[in-house]
Design a protein around this ligand. Structure first.
Ligand SMILES: C[S@@+](CC[C@H](N)C(=O)[O-])C[C@H]1O[C@@H](n2cnc3c(N)ncnc32)[C@H](O)[C@@H]1O
Length: 237
């Protein structure tokens, strides 16, 4: 299996230790579809990324790499790098989808650091409620623009409002949201929930062009329903 990890990772509690763990115990399949929206059950799919044949792609904050596995199994990219900083998520991705190497490459790294180290490497970068939500966009977005080849696509889904219904931020400001360390002790982590105009300005300043943001509302009411912002932007050619 092709697996890389950054040396000398700082010892910090893994706040993503519990995420997706129950599902991983029972569902080892490669998903048959790619969803962007919060509910992961409807809405636009893989067509948002265009024809991936022969392209070099990375998933920023890939978690267990289910989206990346789908792309490798069904859409003929040259390679998909499933990047995640969490040791637990990286281990889960290796366990579930190691058999898809070398076209699926699991990378344990902070997304910004990885992108900084790989200028002009990728044709397509995407994030499904991944790094883009949990990393200062003033650092991540310029790094993403540099890591894309000229004309390359960044596509990402992120929350259109907080999960308690509070509106997204009108400025570049994070919130501290609840999390848990591996032993279950409550903790918090940073999450950026920003209005469309704020994302647009950040993307523009980072060197992106042809920026579009669609607000996708849940198709059915549910307790966990939330609006998704689907962001698309291209590195300037
Ligand atoms: C809500 S999960 C989403 C995972 C996956 N995209 C999915 O849809 O199942 C967020 C993931 O982003 C990862 N993440 C957050 N910030 C990151 C960063 N700066 N670099 C790499 N991974 C990051 C976390 O470790 C976590 O696995």
């Amino acid at each position: 299996m092709t697996t890389t990890s950054s040396p000398a990772q700082p010892v910090v509690p893994d706040l993503w230790h519990h995420y997706g763990r129950v599902r991983a115990d029972s569902d080892r399949t490669v998903p048959g579809a790619f969803h962007w929206v919060w509910a992961q059950a409807s809405g636009p799919g893989v067509e948002v990324l265009g024809d991936l044949t022969g392209l070099v792609v990375a998933d920023l904050g890939a978690g267990a790499a289910r989206h990346a596995a789908h792309l490798v199994a069904h859409h003929a990219p040259a390679r998909v790098d499933a990047i995640d900083a969490s040791p637990a998520q990286h281990a889960m991705a290796c366990d579930l989808y190691g058999h898809l190497a070398p076209r699926l490459r699991t990378v344990r790294a902070d997304a910004t650091a990885h992108l900084d180290a790989h200028p002009d490497e990728y044709d397509v970068l995407y994030s499904v409620f991944g790094s883009l939500d949990f990393t200062d966009p003033r650092r991540l977005l310029p790094a993403a623009a540099r890591a894309l080849r000229p004309g390359g696509l960044l596509a990402a889904s992120t929350l259109g409002h907080y999960l308690d219904g509070a509106p997204a931020e009108p400025d570049v400001r994070h919130a501290d949201v609840p999390a848990r360390v591996p032993d279950g002790t409550p903790a918090s982590m940073r999450r950026w929930v920003l209005q469309e105009t704020v994302w647009t300005k950040l993307l523009d300043e980072a060197g992106f062009t042809r920026i579009s943001i669609d607000r996708l509302s849940p198709s059915e009411p549910s307790e966990r329903a939330a609006d998704t912002l689907l962001i698309r932007a291209y590195r300037q050619p």
